[in-house]
Design a protein around this ligand. Structure first.
Ligand SMILES: Cc1cc2nc3c(=O)[nH]c(=O)nc-3n(C[C@H](O)[C@H](O)[C@H](O)COP(=O)(O)OP(=O)(O)OC[C@H]3O[C@@H](n4cnc5c(N)ncnc54)[C@H](O)[C@@H]3O)c2cc1C
Length: 439
């Protein structure tokens, strides 16, 4: 397409071929709009990093057979949540084969999954431009006098469009540059460090108690993060493990540790060696994660532009799960429907694009963001990352060790353990109540 002063080059420019961008581009191209999908990485996924559990039911609404077509690794049928102390571990182990049919959560490796998703957008007719970094937005005055986005600039090139969808991820400088995102306080962000470790399939299956295409997801809190707010994870892929830590930025800065130090402590922890030993490191990286929850989501539309996925602050860390990919897909569905409607009506102003926010609010995306709105504040209670695991382990140690002396009633065991712990009964009640309300 050529550019001239009279009209746009494309109906829509989508920036970022991550999850939100590729799904948006696919759904727009599928409905006949001209779409360019711009990705700074040489290959989609090459700049992306994710823990890797995709809660994929929403993707089935876009690609009903994605489980058979897409490069998914394993279907998660086992969720293990562990309080890890220096020399003990307490786990809640939930496994159910029913979680596999229909697929609830699957592990994906973004280096494989993102190219597949971007390929779907290309097949539908979107024009993929990899290896191109968008430097800035092209703006002009709108009919209402407010700033209107009319395209993007990448190097010396300018591309004009009726609508720009910013799907450029958690750091979205596009959204910041036009005031749709404010500078976030450090407690709204977390640092993720993630690695992929190659391990023979047979080892994965015996160590994690899974077989065939079934997999396990371990969420770990406590000593593995040196008590810093956040947690660790290990997810099984077909022939590798995804593992890492997600650390609240404010707490990490306060601790004086670097994220790399915490990650190394995590991988060296004796409680984890049983899973990791003998593995070969094949991928390693660090990335921010949006953790501010509902208060982090601001305006998502303006004249000529929408923000989707994590660039809109859409991510949830509930302590048990980190979710961003399914919310990115949900927002891409809402964004693409709103853009189709606005382009058809010939009104891509903020008012014309207002259907995006309405659809987001009605969908599971904002409903889940609202449901989890109290989670970030709850997870700022640092007692969660040390004393609780030790208290539970203390109770269990005394409940299980019999040394020939008469055993105490469990209530007394618990009372004595609480006395030894830095926690108070008041804190226990307050945290329990806050936890129930937040999660
Ligand atoms: C360690 C870690 C673990 C996580 N674990 C999970 C998990 O298990 N499950 C889950 O659901 N979520 C998880 N998340 C969150 C999840 O990865 C994100 O929420 C999700 O990737 C957001 O998708 P997105 O499409 O909005 O953005 P992204 O996936 O970040 O995609 C943005 C894309 O935009 C491109 N881009 C950025 N700027 C430009 C530019 N200027 N020009 C062109 N291209 C640009 C990037 O290269 C990238 O491809 C995790 C995150 C981290 C860091």
């Amino acid at each position: 397409m050529t550019s001239d002063a009279a009209g746009p080059d494309f109906d829509v420019v989508v920036v970022g071929a991550g999850i939100a961008g590729s799904v948006t581009a696919y759904r727009l191209a599928e409905r006949g709009l001209s779409v360019v999908l711009i990705e700074r990485g040489d290959v989609p996924g090459s700049k992306n990093l994710s823990g890797g559990v995709l809660y994929g039911r929403v993707l089935e609404t876009v690609f009903p057979h994605y489980l058979n077509e897409a490069p998914v690794e394993r279907r998660i049928t086992r969720h293990v949540t562990t309080f890890l102390n220096a020399d003990s571990a307490v786990s809640l182990d939930y496994s159910a084969d029913g979680l596999a049919e229909p697929g609830n959560a699957v592990t994906v490796l973004r280096a494989k999954f993102d190219p597949w998703l971007a390929g779907k957008a290309e097949e539908a007719g979107a024009f993929l431009m990899p290896g191109v970094r968008v430097d800035s937005l092209l703006t002009g005055p709108g009919l209402d006098g407010a700033t209107t986005v009319v395209g993007v600039r990448a190097g010396d090139d300018e591309l004009r469009a009726r609508v720009v969808v910013a799907a450029d991820g958690v750091n979205s400088f596009l959204a910041s540059s036009v005031g749709l995102r404010q500078k976030q306080p450090t407690n709204h962000l977390a640092v993720g460090v993630k690695a992929v470790i190659r391990l023979p399939r047979a080892d994965i299956e015996s160590r994690f108690g899974v077989s065939g295409d079934r997999g396990a997801a371990h969420a770990i809190v406590g000593d593995c993060t040196l008590g810093i707010g956040g947690g660790g994870f290990i997810y099984t892929n077909t022939e590798s493990l995804s593992l890492g830590v997600v650390l609240r930025l404010d707490d990490l800065l306060r601790s004086g540790h670097t994220a790399i130090e915490v990650f190394e402590h995590f991988t060296q922890h004796p409680g984890l060696q049983q899973y990791l030993h003998g593995g070969e490191l094949i991928e390693y990286g660090s990335h921010l994660v949006a953790e501010g929850g509902y208060p982090m989501v601001g305006e998502v539309a303006m004249n000529g532009m929408l923000v989707a996925g994590e660039s809109a602050g859409l991510a949830i860390n509930s302590g048990l799960t980190v979710r961003g990919m399914d919310l990115a897909i949900g927002s891409a569905i809402a964004a693409s429907d709103a853009v189709v409607e606005a382009v058809a009506a010939g009104d891509t102003s903020k008012a014309g694009l207002a259907g995006y926010r309405r659809r987001l609010d009605e969908s599971f995306v904002m409903q889940d963001m609202r449901t989890s709105a109290r989670a970030p504040k709850f997870l700022e209670r640092n007692r969660m990352y040390g004393p609780y695991g030790e208290l539970i382990a203390d109770v269990l140690q005394n409940a299980f060790s019999l040394d020939g002396t008469p055993r105490e009633h469990l209530l007394n065991v618990a009372r004595h353990a609480l006395r030894r712990s830095p926690l108070t009964l008041r804190q226990l009640i307050s945290d329990g109540w806050a936890g129930v309300r937040a999660l």
